[in-house]
Design a protein around this ligand. Structure first.
Ligand SMILES: [Zn+2]
Ligand SMILES: [Zn+2]
Length: 333
């Protein structure tokens, strides 16, 4: 089977490797679609994603597909089932899994490297999808499940004012979740005019630049700030513009070598709560349900549909990634 590897030193390679039969409770899935994630780009650039990277590794982890065959201990799936994957494996036995936090699992690893014709996750990481949900949309399960975990952490109360930074793929999903959560007013901060337009289409009341948001935050209390970019400057501004009693979620993945600083006294007088969100514990089934509901618009977020070879060029120049979500197809039918 073909698989797209990061082999180190800014190099991507499509390799031909043997495929195999599933063992134990594995589900062998013929991958249809896999999203390109910001963390894949991080890995390609020699930084770590959600975990330490030792190349060569197969990239991709946001995949959907059709079950090809199942291992002898698999109970809930059969060939032909249409599915989405949660790529993050939790053992279920370690002290973190025992406490309900599989995102901190001591042996956590990726089990659905989707830039490949087949993946072999154990069935606990596989989610069935309805026939009405197309496989391209189903490939949004993982990024959406991460966004849902962030929303779970901050528990937005209806009718409040929310500021959201960044209309990349994650921000575009997050914005729609904020809207569905019943926010009273949503302001999106985004530098690019085209993406500000998209923000208004997807539920924002106002879309502004990072210069404009400071004045707005003087005039009204910002109850929640969600940063979906991961830049030091925007994360620091997100903390600064937060109002009294506000919750700030720093969702964007920051640079490990660039600490973020803030004025503790200012934060103290506002009684700020600052959150971060790591991976997607227990949120995949809800992500699938939301995608099936049709309430989210994922088509508007997609900037390109590329094959396994074309992704190599994209990782080098990030032309489409700057505009939105890049989707990789392994099997379009
Ligand atoms: Zn991802
Ligand atoms: Zn564990």
């Amino acid at each position: 089977m073909k698989a797209g590897y990061y082999v180190g030193d800014y190099t991507y390679e499509v390799r031909d490797i043997p495929d195999r039969e599933p063992i134990e409770d594995e589900v062998k899935i013929r991958v249809a679609w896999c999203g390109l994630c910001g963390t894949d780009v991080h890995k390609f650039q020699g930084k770590n994603g959600a975990s330490v990277v030792i190349p060569p590794i197969i990239l991709g982890h946001e995949c959907s597909g059709v079950v090809e065959s199942v291992g002898p201990e698999c109970e809930y799936f059969q060939p032909g089932d249409r599915v989405a994957c949660d790529p993050s494996y939790g053992c279920g036995k370690c002290k973190w899994c025992q406490q309900g936090h599989p995102n901190f699992c001591l042996t956590r690893h990726g089990v659905a490297k989707g830039f490949a014709e087949y993946v072999y996750p154990p069935e606990q990481n596989v989610y069935p999808i309805k026939d009405s949900l197309d496989l391209k949309t189903a490939a949004f399960t993982e990024p959406l499940s991460c966004a849902i975990h962030g929303m779970d952490l901050i528990q937005i109360e209806s009718g409040k004012t929310v500021v959201m930074y960044g209309m990349g793929a994650i921000g575009s999903l997050m914005l729609q979740l904020i809207y569905l959560a019943g926010a009273g007013r949503i302001i999106v901060v985004e530098r690019e005019a085209e993406k500000r337009e998209l923000a208004l289409e997807l539920g924002a009341d106002q879309a502004v630049s990072d210069q404009e948001i400071e004045a707005i935050s003087q005039a009204e209390n910002i109850d929640y700030v969600i940063e979906c970019i991961g830049l030091k400057s925007t994360m620091e501004q997100a903390i600064k513009i937060a109002g009294k009693n506000s919750k700030v979620l720093l969702f964007g993945l920051g640079d490990p070598d660039q600490p973020v600083s803030f004025n503790q006294f200012e934060a103290y007088t506002k009684e700020l709560s600052i959150y971060t969100s790591y991976l997607n514990p227990h949120t995949s089934a809800r992500a699938v349900k939301l995608l099936e509901s049709g309430r989210l618009d994922t088509e508007k977020i997609i900037s390109a549909e590329l094959n396994l070879e074309e992704i190599g060029t994209e990782l080098q120049n990030l032309n489409y990634s700057k505009k939105g979500k890049v989707m990789v197809y392994l099997d379009r039918n």
